[in-house]
Design a protein around this ligand. Structure first.
Ligand SMILES: CC(C)(COP(=O)(O)OP(=O)(O)OC[C@H]1O[C@@H](n2cnc3c(N)ncnc32)[C@H](O)[C@@H]1OP(=O)(O)O)[C@@H](O)C(=O)NCCC(=O)NCCS
Length: 141
């Protein structure tokens, strides 16, 4: 189930020609299991069908890093992203870290709207910075 929704998300968000799609589409079952062991994954379900995903990586005792927030285009605009990110932030709180971090394209107003609504603010941490992207963070402790 995770592999299928992750590949749908990648195909929609970055396209099937993107290196990350091409790499993951050929993952073995063992590689998918390793991904699920290494990172927490949260899915949004609608009538038991997975329609959204977000990944959360425990970086260290200080921070959890969120990545690859995605909702099926058919279910956008209903506030589902808010609950999905909240689930990942709650998990970070249970991990007892201080901060939740993520990267977002500066012009992705829908994603920024979700994060800002939850209290994320733009941070100036250089660790994960790339062109055209902002780092955002939220204190959870
Ligand atoms: C990012 C994503 C999960 C957001 O889900 P969504 O259902 O589209 O988000 P919503 O419709 O709930 O919008 C979130 C907020 O942004 C606002 N918003 C949406 N589109 C906007 C736009 N083009 N300009 C300004 N604000 C916008 C909404 O009004 C809402 O704010 P509100 O809660 O104060 O009303 C979804 O668009 C998606 O999967 N996009 C493709 C993948 C992606 O970009 N992921 C983010 C990686 S960091």
């Amino acid at each position: 189930m995770f592999a299928a929704v992750r590949l749908r998300a990648l195909a929609d968000a970055v396209g099937e020609d993107d290196p990350s799609f091409r790499e993951e589409v050929s993952f073995t079952a063992a590689q998918w299991r390793r991904r699920l062991r290494d990172h927490a994954q949260f899915a949004a379900l609608l009538e038991e069908r997975p329609v959204g995903l977000i990944g959360a990586q425990y970086e260290n005792a200080e921070a959890v890093y969120l990545y690859s927030l995605w909702l099926d285009p058919a279910v956008r605009g209903r506030g589902l992203a808010h609950s999905l990110v909240t689930a990942a932030v709650d998990w970070a709180g249970e991990c007892r870290v201080r901060t939740v971090k993520l990267r977002v394209a500066a012009d992705n107003m829908a994603a920024r709207g979700v994060y800002e609504d939850l209290g994320f603010t733009i941070s100036h941490d250089e660790d994960h910075r790339r062109d055209g992207e902002l780092m955002m963070s939220l204190s959870v402790r």
